[in-house]
Design a protein around this ligand. Structure first.
Ligand code: UDP
Ligand code: MG
Length: 309
């Protein structure tokens, strides 16, 4: 039988994991494919690792690997995708917010052969703070305007991919990974299934507002040069403005000969230009920082323990 690999990043999921496995097992009975789990413990501080060990003992189709420390969801996804051997690969969350009930339908669709990827998207953002939904909306509008890689609002990481697509994603060797972008960057034919938003079964989300904000900045910096262009644009405009003000004050001084007043305006202009320069330097610094991190070629994660080769 063909293998369907389930890649699941787990960070402090001791409470959800057994629910998750139970639900997926229920669904898997309806599918003519062997589901193999690749559970990646992303340096959890709770009992996730021992839960993984126990689960793996009763179910030979459960494979886990555990990081030496917390490396983040992106790293966990990468490790899981690398480990997955299946002809088909699914990425999903451990908290059942990605409903396993969709799997049979997704699998059926991919077997039809028209599509290489079956993605999912939430039709609403029920149960989420309104301010968070608003920021998400702004982010998607922004990124789709300034980046050539399009990202679909509400699209989850939950997706079923053919081997070929996974290999393409693994070809991308960058260290700063923004999966939502990478998944789209590789292209291939994709269709989306919609579903209602579900609440976590247990545990708590590990994304604070601040971490989401940083995550969206990652997306923008990694997939767009627009901020650099904006910085250049602002630089040019402010140069022009200061050039004309210079001429203006110069002529005024020639005509009326008044040396002392004008100090204020000069100070204002200096401050203004200084501020702009700092702003632009900040943007350039962001990109430079990325380059710095990339050039170090550090591994994205380190594995401490795993139960398979
Ligand atoms: N996760 C992870 N590392 C992290 C944060 C999250 O591996 O640093 C995993 C987490 O265990 C879950 C998935 O990523 O399986 C989604 O996380 P969460 O439910 O907290 O995010 P949300 O659904 O709120 O976006
Ligand atoms: Mg979740």
């Amino acid at each position: 039988m063909q293998e369907l690999s389930l890649v699941v990043p787990c960070f402090n999921e001791e409470k959800t994991l057994s629910f998750f496995i139970k639900e997926v097992e229920k669904v898997s009975e309806k599918m003519e494919v062997e589901i193999v789990y690749y559970l990646v413990n992303d340096g959890s501080t709770d009992q996730t690792l021992s839960v993984l060990r126990e689960l793996a003992q009763v179910n030979p189709r459960i494979r886990y690997l555990s990081f030496s420390r917390h490396f983040g969801k992106e790293a966990a996804l990468l490790a899981g995708l690398k480990a997955a051997k299946g002809e088909f690969v699914t990425v999903m969350d451990a908290d059942l917010q990605d409903p396993p009930d969709l799997l049979p339908e997704m699998f059926r669709l991919i077997c039809e052969g028209t599509y290489d990827v079956i993605g999912t998207r939430r039709s609403g953002r029920k149960g989420e703070p309104p301010i968070r939904s608003w920021f998400a909306e702004v982010f998607y509008k922004l990124i789709n305007n300034i980046s050539e890689t399009k990202m679909v609002d509400g699209a989850r990481d939950f997706r079923l991919m053919k081997r070929q697509v996974v290999d393409a994603i693994l070809e991308l060797k960058e260290i700063n990974r923004f999966s939502k972008g990478l998944f789209n960057w590789v292209g291939f034919k994709i269709t989306y299934l919609s579903y209602e938003n579900y609440k976590r079964v247990a545990g708590e989300t590990s994304w604070s507002f601040w971490s989401l904000f940083k995550y969206s900045l990652e997306g923008i910096i990694n997939f767009s040069e627009a901020p650099l262009n904006i910085a250049t644009f602002i630089g040019i405009i402010s140069c022009l403005i200061s050039f004309f003000t210079m001429i203006y004050y110069f002529t005024i001084n020639l005509i009326w000969d008044n040396p002392v007043p004008g100090w204020t305006s000069t100070a204002c202009i200096i401050l203004f230009i200084g501020g702009l320069q700092l702003f632009c330097l900040g943007i350039i610094g962001k990109y430079l920082g990325k380059i710095f991190l990339e050039t170090k070629r550090r591994p994205v994660y380190l594995i401490k323990e795993k139960n398979f080769d």
